[in-house]
Design a protein around this ligand. Structure first.
Ligand SMILES: CC(C)(COP(=O)(O)OP(=O)(O)OC[C@H]1O[C@@H](n2cnc3c(N)ncnc32)[C@H](O)[C@@H]1OP(=O)(O)O)[C@@H](O)C(=O)NCCC(=O)NCCS
Length: 162
């Protein structure tokens, strides 16, 4: 679908990636290697950001990356990414990661992360995003308002050298 300039919905950027944990993904404790999960999170966020801005995007930063539970060999891992806030050139993307129970299909949250991605031109310079984001419903509105607080915290931390 070709979008007119204007607004997109958070649902337009939704990106779901499903992985089966294999030997190449685990550490010495048969546990999903954190670096591998970070790679998948970055990939999911990048695709969601590109879907929103309609071009290239790079990852500027990752925050709130908390491993709440482990995942193990032969587990099904599902990552769901969506854009939660859009600035002039940057986007905030939330990525939720779950382990999907094979017997029931129930998904247990193991991680959530917020990433800041920047729309870039063909020289890698920040480029204005042509599409705003229209939050729909209470949850998306809360994400939007939360993003403004998170951006202020990120800028504060940056100013303090973290
Ligand atoms: C991302 C990159 C292009 C940004 O370039 P830059 O000159 O620092 O860009 P700007 O200062 O104009 O900031 C760009 C956006 O990021 C935001 N930003 C920058 N620093 C920020 C911080 N500490 N916290 C929150 N937002 C920040 C700015 O507010 C701006 O967003 P806005 O236009 O929506 O307000 C550049 O830093 C880069 O190329 N980084 C490497 C990216 C990369 O290789 N990633 C890994 C592979 S994808």
């Amino acid at each position: 679908m070709a979008y007119p300039k204007g607004e997109k919905l958070s649902s337009d950027s939704i990106t779901e990636i499903t992985k089966l944990i294999q030997y190449r993904d685990i550490n010495g404790q048969n546990r999903l290697f954190g670096g591998r999960l970070m790679e998948w999170i970055d990939e999911a966020a990048g695709v969601a950001a590109m879907r929103h801005c309609g071009g290239d995007a790079v990852t500027l930063m990752v925050d709130s990356l908390k491993f709440k539970h482990g995942a193990f060999i032969n587990d099904i891992v599902v990552l769901i990414a969506k854009v939660t806030y859009v600035g002039r050139t940057s986007m905030e993307v939330r990525v939720d990661t779950y382990v999907e129970e094979k017997a029931t299909g129930l998904r247990r949250a193991i991680n959530h992360a917020y990433l800041t991605c920047v729309h870039v031109d063909d020289k890698g310079r920040p480029k204005p995003i042509e599409f705003g984001l229209k939050p729909v419903g209470i949850t998306e509105q809360a994400e939007w308002e939360g993003a403004q607080k998170r951006i202020a915290i990120r800028k504060q931390r940056n100013a303090e050298g973290y």
